[in-house]
Design a protein around this ligand. Structure first.
Ligand code: C2E
Ligand code: MG
Ligand code: MG
Ligand code: MG
Length: 285
């Protein structure tokens, strides 16, 4: 009896494992084809300068229009892209698309804005990202001044000198560099001080607890002061309320991004936003 059950249990698990392996394999295959099938898309989220209340930048955010599963967010496919190394080609597609779109806005006479692109640490570690960025800037013709790359904090934890070298090569292209989700990792402050970083992005988790939590209030104030002392700008992400916005204005934060201002939108919608010269909602009064 027990033996029988054991065997059934084994078969059950093995079938389930097999299912999972299949779905991983089919996701992997589908992801590999996504590029040639034109299933990758970008969304654009506005970034506001708190002093002027004006649009100062836009973050490009990746989406995958999966033929059966619909529109997927990065959380649903980026880990797979990173594990399989597909992040390299996908990352190049994102960079190219972002540069081309920024140029097309500029060419239609819209006020130029900085476009930021997310970079996985794997892209920085396992191939020559600096060279790829140089090539893409050259091919598209975008002035590097308008491109900013968002690296996560973990690049500042890995192998000190080598990471710094890679970051400096990247920066030598004339692009801006930001540290994304700042405060959630364990940056070496020593590396941060030496790295050519232009902007710190305070992670949304600290912003969410602002006003209600004294500890996070202190963390946010400390990050803003530290960034300014290091000659960097600060942007807060995940700003959802007026209270959070007012706190950030009061404490000298330079820029904000979040649902309180604008959600990520399509290229067409973002173009309209630029065309209207829109003072974003929630501008400082
Ligand atoms: P991230 O770079 O920190 O981007 C911010 C994420 O927060 C975006 O999620 C955005 O939609 C969301 N967000 C913006 N404002 C608010 C707000 O007020 N409240 C809340 N709750 N969320 C807000 P999304 O688009 O799902 O992207 C998730 C992450 O995926 C990004 O986090 C980034 O790390 C990664 N990612 C996105 N696009 C790319 C890409 O092209 N390449 C790479 N390597 N990573 C990407
Ligand atoms: Mg980002
Ligand atoms: Mg972030
Ligand atoms: Mg994040």
């Amino acid at each position: 009896q027990a033996k029988e059950e054991g065997r059934n249990t084994f078969r059950f698990f093995s079938a389930e494992l097999n299912d999972r392996a299949m779905s991983r394999l089919s996701m992997e295959t589908a992801l590999r084809r996504s590029l040639e099938r034109g299933e990758l898309e970008l969304r654009f989220q506005e970034q506001t300068d708190l002093k002027s209340g004006r649009v100062c930048g836009v973050e490009a955010l990746l989406r995958w229009r999966h033929p059966e599963l619909g529109l997927l967010t990065p959380a649903e496919f980026l880990p797979l892209a990173e594990e399989t190394g597909q992040i390299i080609v996908i990352g190049e597609w994102v960079l190219c698309a972002a540069c081309n779109i920024a140029l097309s806005w500029q060419r239609s006479g819209l006020p130029p804005v900085r476009i930021t692109v997310n970079i996985s640490s794997r892209q920085l570690r396992h191939y020559n990202l600096a060279q790829a960025v140089a090539r893409i800037l050259e091919e598209t013709g975008l002035d590097p001044h308008w491109l900013e790359l968002e690296l996560t904090e973990d690049v500042l934890m890995q192998s000190g000198a080598e990471a710094l070298e890679r970051i400096r090569h990247l920066k030598a292209n004339g692009v801006g560099l930001a540290i994304d989700d700042f405060g959630t990792g364990f940056s070496s402050l020593n590396l941060l001080k030496k790295a050519p970083v232009d902007r710190l992005k305070i992670d949304h988790s600290f912003i969410a607890e602002l006003v209600s939590g004294p500890a996070d209030t202190m963390v946010v104030r400390t990050i803003i002061d530290m960034a300014h002392n290091l000659g960097m700008k600060v942007i807060a992400e995940g700003v959802e309320t007026e209270e959070q916005r007012d706190f950030l204005i009061g404490h000298g934060c330079d820029e904000v991004q979040g649902f309180h201002f604008h959600r990520p939108v399509t290229e067409t919608e973002f173009r309209k936003l630029l065309e209207s010269g829109a003072l974003p909602q929630g501008r400082p009064s």
